[in-house]
Design a protein around this ligand. Structure first.
Ligand code: BGC
Length: 748
């Protein structure tokens, strides 16, 4: 009897617990359930269909084809439209276009609004005169979370002012393959930076509340492992052991889900032979069940089709549709036709996809539309226009570009140059705007300069602004590709009257597959220019505007100064000139290890056997030997660390470890500085990393000023993925490293 009572008690408790974990039904849930009950299968499948603007537009950008729009909305009941035809539109063009789309949806039986999505990757890409900021790789160099939040808020406002409420950003793919053409869209090679900036950005997009005109739905992408392509070529096979996937690629997404990301876009590639779009394991078991993601899962461009015709794991297009939807896809970016709609209808009728899966997908999509306020007002919000193009965004763009600038070399303090200097400005990036902004800048590839704001500056112009045109000579012409820019003989001939040469090399804009390269070497013409510049005997300052690290090992020794400018958006040129001539004290830190050669692409969080590969007699073969290390970045002042203290040398259980360090600006200039805290697990069941970034803080220090910086970490910050694929912290000895200081503690 006693046992029986106990059982009843336990059962009641269990019920109670279940009731607690069950989420309360919200008013939106109720509306969605009621609406789904009224929908036909066709209407549901239409909601899951996303087409590109070209399908409903004419060839003229911004102009809709009324008949095509009617067909898409009435016959195919499409739930979503994305993209531009060719290039960015003005705010008013967007308003006209999106009003017509909203009107079309209003005329349908259930009046379900259409959700429009765009790629505002570093600011609102596709609206003319929107403010463009540094690419993520540059934001990562700034190590400034508040700044990342601030630029994101502007992107959200300028999207929403354009009438668009869904942004396909941020990219959370980790940049561990420098060949990859989407490297600039990443936050670099480190997991911690990726997850802290990524989550900050997601919150910044969404935290005002999705009905607010200052917010948009974010889209974490590209789940999962997209950046790990073996060859670095976009959308090519990935082989990724699960332990590595969980250690380096998944944490950013796990945190982003916790931060409340509304949507996710899927990796176009295959992992270990399984196209991610068809992976029930990754989409449903990991993303939905393990990470608890409840938002919309959208495919990337044409990826359902590719499961059949490129990946060849589905024998027919319909099988591909069924495979992907059953795996967990909610919406298909078809996007150039309606095949997905037709095939999914067929698949449901043939019982290849259960109705429950369709209802589940539609529920997610409708919930998002309700949350965004589209049912109440599907039209572009006129009151949002005031948030577009505010003058202060320009100042913010300059702040962001300034903080991205990473000074890699400054031999003999050649920099800053005197403003009384006479300089020769050379190289293909000197008079290019696109090479300062990169991908997703008013066009997908970012190369068409006619769409950039009229007041965009080149590096040459910004230097002339500072020194006066009479003190600046150049051997360059407008545009990256003009043959004049590569005339080494002209450079040699013009150099004699200059005190220094500012050589602007790097990469012109590219995005995705068009940015695929065969190796990281800079093209020979650029190398020849650098050699010619060095041969003049004048000090050469190399300015790199590039999305990924191109090899410069062959020219680096003869360059006196090297400034990594990345693709830092609208104010790149001004920021470069400010740093070169001392109006801004640089403080960016490399978010990746700048490789020395193709055979030496080793990450900073290397393993012990990468640190010291082999010892033969006295011959030590070291591994981590990049040209410039992760975290490297010089300043015009100097910082000194002292008094590293730990609150305990015996950390226990879930307790916190407080770490403090004193930082002093020992130079003569004020400066910003990022203090980075690394840890090392000395021995572990899985070979430990030599170091891992666990925290960072950016501070401002006046010349001579000191500050004490405090960090707090706990066992979760020290965890790693073990052989059972569990994230664990094992007892043992650890080392904390800040600059050249170290301290030890034990975890039990
Ligand atoms: C890219 C995505 C992007 C989508 C829509 C794809 O080619 O991979 O990152 O969001 O196009 O423009």
């Amino acid at each position: 009897m006693k046992r029986f009572i106990l059982l009843i008690f336990a059962f009641a408790l269990g019920l109670n617990n279940n009731a607690q974990v069950k989420k309360a039904i919200t008013p939106i849930d109720r509306k969605v359930t009621e609406l789904i009950a009224k929908m036909t299968l066709e209407e549901k499948v239409g909601q899951m269909t996303q087409v590109t603007l070209g399908v409903v537009g004419t060839k003229t950008d911004g102009e809709l084809d009324a008949a095509a729009l009617k067909k898409a909305v009435d016959n195919y009941k499409v739930g979503s439209i994305l993209n531009v035809t060719n290039h960015a539109l003005s705010v008013s063009q967007w308003h006209v276009l999106l009003t017509q789309i909203a009107d079309a949806a209003k005329n349908t039986r259930l009046k379900i609004p259409i959700i429009y999505g765009l790629d505002g990757i570093h600011g609102q890409t596709y609206t003319l005169d929107a403010t463009l900021f540094p690419q993520n790789i540059g934001m990562a160099a700034s190590r400034n979370i508040e700044l990342a939040r601030a630029v994101t808020k502007v992107a959200a406002k300028e999207l929403r002012a354009s009438g668009v409420r869904w942004n396909f950003a941020p990219v959370l793919d980790i940049g561990r393959q420098p060949l990859w053409s989407r490297f600039p869209e990443t936050y670099g090679e480190d997991v911690f930076i990726g997850k802290t900036m990524g989550t900050a950005v997601i919150k910044a997009y969404e935290e005002d509340g999705l009905t607010n005109t200052t917010a948009v739905a974010s889209c974490m992408k590209h789940y999962l492992g997209y950046s790990a392509s073996r060859t670095g070529k976009d959308r090519t096979p990935i082989y990724l052991p699960e332990i590595e996937m969980r250690e380096y690629y998944l944490p950013q997404f796990r945190e982003a889900v916790k931060a409340g990301a509304s949507t996710v876009m899927i990796n176009s590639s295959e992992i270990n032979g399984v196209p991610v779009h068809a992976s029930k394991y990754l989409l449903t078991d990991v993303l939905r069940k393990e990470l608890g993601f409840e938002g919309v899962i959208v495919t990337d461009w044409e990826d359902v089709k590719r499961v059949h015709d490129r990946h060849n794991v589905a024998a027919t297009p319909r099988e591909a549709v069924a495979m992907c939807v059953n795996a967990g896809i909610d919406m298909s970016m078809v996007p150039t036709d309606f095949s997905f709609y037709d095939l999914l209808l067929e698949a449901v009728k043939k019982n290849e996809v259960p109705m429950s899966r369709i209802d589940d997908a539609v529920k997610k999509i409708l919930t998002l539309k309700y949350k965004l306020g589209l049912f109440d007002n599907p039209y572009p919000e006129k009151e949002a226009i005031a948030n577009f193009g505010k003058p202060e965004y320009q100042a913010l763009a300059l702040d962001a570009a300034h903080e991205a600038m990473t000074l890699l070399k400054n031999e003999g303090n050649v920099l800053p140059l005197a403003k009384s200097a006479k300089v020769l400005v050379a190289g293909p990036a000197a008079q290019s705007i696109s090479a300062l902004n990169g991908c997703w800048s008013y066009t997908w590839q970012g190369k068409e300069e006619q769409w950039y704001p009229a007041d965009s500056k080149t590096i040459l112009q910004s230097i002339m602004d500072k020194l006066g045109a009479a003190n600046v000579s150049t051997t360059t012409a407008k545009g990256f590709d003009d043959s004049k820019n590569y005339d080494a003989a002209a450079l040699t001939a013009t150099a004699s009257s200059a005190d220094a040469i500012i050589l602007c090399l790097g990469e012109n804009a590219y995005a995705e597959s068009p940015g695929n390269i065969e190796d990281l070497a800079l093209d020979e013409r650029q190398v020849a220019l650098a050699k010619a510049a060095a041969a003049t005997g004048k000090p050469v300052i190399l300015v790199l505007t590039e999305g990924r690290p191109r090899f410069i090992s062959n020219i680096e020794p003869s360059m006196k100064g090297i400034l990594m400018a990345y693709w830092s958006g609208k104010k790149t040129a001004e920021a470069v000139a400010d740093v070169l001539f001392g109006d801004y004290n640089p403080n960016g830190k490399l978010p990746f290890s700048y490789p020395r050669s193709m055979g030496e692409v080793v990450m900073y969080d290397r393993k012990p056997t990468e640190e010291i590969r082999e010892i033969f007699n006295d011959d030590v073969h070291t591994g981590y030997n990049p040209l410039f290390a992760f975290g490297h970045g010089l300043s015009y002042t100097s910082f000194e660390y002292s008094d590293l203290t730990l609150s305990t040398t015996g950390l226990k259980g879930d307790a916190n470890l407080t770490i403090t360090v004193k930082v002093k600006n020992t130079g003569a200039r004020d400066g910003k500085h990022t203090v980075e805290l690394y840890s090392r697990d000395m021995y572990a069941s899985i070979t430990p990393n030599m170091k891992r970034l666990r925290a960072f803080q950016k501070i401002d220090l006046k010349a001579g000023e000191s500050k004490t910086v405090r960090f707090s970490i706990n066992k979760d910050d020290l965890a790693f993925v073990n052989a059972q694929l569990k994230t664990v912290t094992e007892a043992g000895d650890f080392k904390v490293m800040i600059g050249n200081l170290t301290a030890d503690f034990r975890y039990n």
